[in-house]
Design a protein around this ligand. Structure first.
Ligand code: ADP
Ligand code: MG
Length: 835
């Protein structure tokens, strides 16, 4: 046999087979399939290694030709024809000229998968006929990739995917394991499944009764049975015939789809509730398309970008993963058992098995955390190189005096945290410390001692709170202490009168004012400190990062102490403030009793009212809190006003009932809170403005309406408004919601008084974004990583980052790592970083 096949004879055989309708013609010596199988059995010497593999695959595919369906035969023949033509021409300079065979098959086949493209757009592209991705570069625009082209490339830009690298790092949201798919016949109501099957029929129509409702109906079969799936589209625009036809084309009969959703029983049997349906393969796809016998990636669904297109594009660029350089030093990789980047990328898309997929995911999750931590730590390191902040001394008259006038002994936890702080303050590098401590753990005292360290060293302090109510509360407390120490302190909020404001500004500039307490008015422009040594920010998560930055720009490099009573889980703390040092006051002052907490339904409302009457008869006081009903302040106001009226007129006419809401001026709020503090009103009806800080030790009942609408940490905060005195206190969580979800959440509060535990549960039950209110929080946007599931990986990522920064803070020996960090950090934080 000759080493060079007879190209003409091969092409001839292919075109004759096509002409006769793919019947596996019997020739003089061989059947068509035998001839092809034999021909591909001899590997020509002139071809590249990659071509050789494909060539050999062809042999085995033609061996199975008699078993293939007509459609599959058609595709195989077309593919072989193009392949032969391509080799014959050589891959270089192959523009324009096309063999007769291909022209012919093009009329019969629209096939795109794994073949040199035949669309006119791509044909004009110089790379079009290469057919292989081995010469792809990572920064190559997707539109220039032969298998993708300008049109699909355009689609991909909608997903912010522009280059080969972008696509490699576009991770699937899930995988479908064909070996382990659910059989339709075995579905059970209540489970969430992904099933794979063939579309038997597809119908799309607007209902006669309601012309605003359009229904897509698919019947899907697999080897075990059939199921009918429906999707509903509400709105006139869906009654458009063109739209409906396009949808039917997308879900044409014979396509293989993956459908996922909750299994539900209706009167016709089982179905999936509002399923997500994704086309995995079209009927005209070649048989060796992506799916058979392997784990197939499913990409995030996006309006207007077919998921199967993404999958094909990823397949096309995947070979370029081999060019990725791993910026992570191998020492680190080995130490933490992480796979290399190339393998991780290849396996996150097309894993060979589930272990490979897990290893890939672990590595990529690690990367997401690692670069964030590396950025935080590098920033912290840079800050520490600044050596010009005030040296604030712990030993001094003021702190001593203060500790003497305190009517109680500091808890061990307070003392420990104070030591951390005082230690930081005597260094010329600015402190950047976060103190987390549950409601009532005594953070104010800690802040005061830090402030006194500044004052006794000749510097000024500023204390900033998120609301006027809170700022005033702090001010009141501080004034009484500072008076005893003969120190001046002032309050500056949005409602401070102009004359007073001028006076404060003047005293700040001369330095005669030691401490300024306020809201964000405190950082508005005309405020200039003489010598600002320390800034304390209370409830810092309520401040936007920009406000924080603004404040820092007020002094040269003031020390910053942030305090929060909403403890957040460690994973969140690390991802949010990985550049801060964190101290925890994990102990309450002695004598605090647990607050009796119970969730009540509407039916038990009278019991709640009885309890309230009993408590007031004992001389105690009560909060009634209403949730934010709507985005609209007006509606919230309405509900608070209505509830106030209802309670004061119909339920508790014998008591004085106060009303507090966000629309009041701060003078009005003051008046209401003062009346309550003085027990002139026994009940205060409030929106959530009461949430933080208000301190009335005589209040013993916190009744929260529609408790299921609050986050757990917020409920815990509200609960912290009672139990501040020596009397037994109660928290009544009113909720008529009976969903297991709502029950479970409120149950956490009934069971626990530990803010850290509650925060952790809140994150598990609602997700980190909800817990923080993502927009404001500056929480990094992870593609794969979960703050709930991946705590262990976060910890090792933090360790690894610490090790690297310790050894080589500027990453001078690791330029690849620095480059990757710059690229990632920007992307991760979406620009929302404090600079
Ligand atoms: P939070 O951490 O919620 O800001 P506060 O600083 O308002 O807590 O303190 C809550 C209450 O506990 C205050 O009345 C405060 O005076 C009191 N307190 C603080 N530390 C102690 C302590 N070590 N022993 C007893 N009471 C304390
Ligand atoms: Mg406080």
């Amino acid at each position: 046999m000759t080493q060079s096949p007879d190209w003409v004879r091969l092409q001839k055989a292919l075109s004759v087979e096509a002409e006769y309708g793919f019947t596996d013609l019997v020739g003089k010596q061989y059947r068509f399939s035998e001839f092809l199988c034999l021909s591909f059995g001899q590997t020509p010497t002139v071809i590249t290694a990659l071509e050789r593999r494909r060539w050999q695959e062809m042999a085995s595919q033609f061996a199975r030709y008699p078993q293939l369906t007509l459609l599959e035969r058609q595709h195989l023949v077309a593919e072989a024809s193009q392949f032969i033509q391509q080799i014959e021409q050589g891959s270089a300079g192959a523009q324009g000229r096309r063999g007769a065979g291909e022209k012919m098959y093009n009329q019969q086949s629209k096939t795109q998968v794994k073949q040199p493209p035949t669309t006119p757009i791509v044909k004009t592209n110089s790379e079009a006929n290469s057919g292989y991705s081995s010469n792809l570069s990572l920064d190559q625009p997707l539109a220039n990739v032969a298998e993708i082209g300008v049109r699909k490339g355009g689609y991909l830009t909608k997903l912010n995917l522009y280059t080969v690298r972008d696509l490699l790092f576009y991770y699937p949201r899930d995988h479908i394991d064909y070996a382990r798919q659910v059989n339709i016949s075995e579905l059970e109501a209540g489970e969430t499944v992904t099933l794979v099957g063939k579309i038997k029929s597809c119908n799309c129509f607007t209902t006669q009764k309601n012309n605003k409702l359009t229904i897509l109906e698919l019947v899907i079969t697999d080897q075990s049975g059939r199921i009918k799936l429906s999707r509903f589209f509400a709105g006139n625009r869906y009654s458009n015939r063109g739209w409906q036809e396009a949808l039917k084309r997308r879900y044409e009969s014979g396509s293989i789809v993956a459908a996922s959703g909750l299994v539900k029983k209706n009167k016709y049997g089982l179905t999936l509730d509002n399923p997500e349906i994704e086309v995995l393969a079209h009927p005209e796809d070649t048989i060796d398309s992506l799916n058979i016998g392997r784990v197939v990636p499913v990409y995030p669904l996006t309006e207007g970008v077919p998921a199967d297109m993404v999958r094909q594009a990823v397949t096309a660029v995947l070979p370029a993963a081999a060019q990725l350089k791993d910026p992570l030093p191998s020492v680190i990789r080995n130490q933490y058992g992480l796979v290399g980047l190339k393998d991780a990328i290849a396996n996150i898309h097309f894993p060979s098995d589930s272990a490979a997929k897990e290893a890939a995911r672990r590595r990529l999750v690690f990367d997401e955390f690692f670069y964030l931590q590396l950025g935080f730590l590098q920033r912290r390191q840079a800050l520490r190189q600044v050596q010009n902040s005030a040296i604030l001394l712990p030993a001094g008259k003021l702190i001593e005096e203060f500790e003497q006038i305190l009517p109680f002994k500091l808890t061990n936890a307070q003392q420990r945290v104070i030591n951390d702080i005082l230690n930081d303050l005597q260094k010329p590098t600015p402190m950047n410390r976060l103190v987390q401590g549950d409601v009532g753990s005594g953070k104010t005292v800690v802040a005061v001692i830090a402030i006194l360290a500044a004052v006794q060293s000749g510097y000024q302090g500023a204390l900033m709170a998120p609301t006027e109510v809170l700022a005033e509360q702090h001010y009141r407390k501080l004034v009484s202490w500072f008076n005893l120490l003969h120190l001046p302190v002032e309050l500056l909020t949005g409602s401070t009168k102009t004359a007073k404001r001028r006076q404060i500004h003047a005293q700040l500039e001369t330095g005669e004012l030691s401490l300024l307490v306020g809201t964000h008015a405190l950082i508005q422009d005309p405020v200039n400190f003489h010598k600002l040594g320390l800034v304390v920010i209370d409830e810092q998560h309520r401040f936007g990062v920009h406000q924080r930055a603004r404040l820092l720009s007020k002094g040269e490099q003031p020390h910053v102490l942030t305090m929060t009573a909403t403890p957040i889980p460690r994973t969140l703390a690390l991802t949010l403030h990985g550049d801060l040092d964190v101290s925890q006051i994990d102990e309450l002052p002695p004598g605090r009793q647990a607050i009796y907490t119970t969730a009540l339904t509407g039916k038990e409302r009278n019991n709640a009212y009885d309890l309230i009457r009993r408590e007031i008869a004992e001389g105690r006081q009560v909060y009634v809190v209403l949730p934010l009903i709507e985005e609209s302040e007006k509606l919230d106001l309405r509900s608070a006003v209505d509830e106030h009226q209802h309670l004061s007129e119909s339920i508790f006419p014998e008591f004085q009932v106060g009303l507090l809401h966000g629309r009041m001026s701060s003078a009005e709020k003051d008046e209401v809170i003062n009346a309550f503090r003085d027990n002139k009103t026994q009940i205060i009806v409030s929106t959530t403005v009461i949430e933080v800080g208000v301190d009335v030790p005589n209040a013993t009942v916190m009744m929260i309406e529609n408790a299921e609408r609050f986050g757990l940490s917020q409920l815990h905060q509200l609960r912290g408004r009672v139990g501040r005195g020596s009397h037994r206190s109660y928290c009544l969580l009113m909720s008529s919601s009976t969903t297991p979800d709502a029950r479970q959440r409120l149950n956490v509060l009934e069971q626990s008084q530990d803010g850290f535990f509650i925060a952790e549960m809140d994150m598990r039950l609602r997700g980190p974004g909800e817990v923080l209110g993502t927009r404001q929080s500056g929480l990094a946007d992870f593609a794969l990583a979960s703050l709930v599931e991946d705590q262990e990986v976060l910890q090792i990522a933090r360790d690894a980052a610490e090790k690297i920064i310790l050894r080589d803070g500027n990453l001078e020996k690791l330029p690849l790592l620095q480059a990757e960090l710059d690229y990632r950090y920007q992307k991760l934080m979406g620009g929302a970083i404090l600079t």
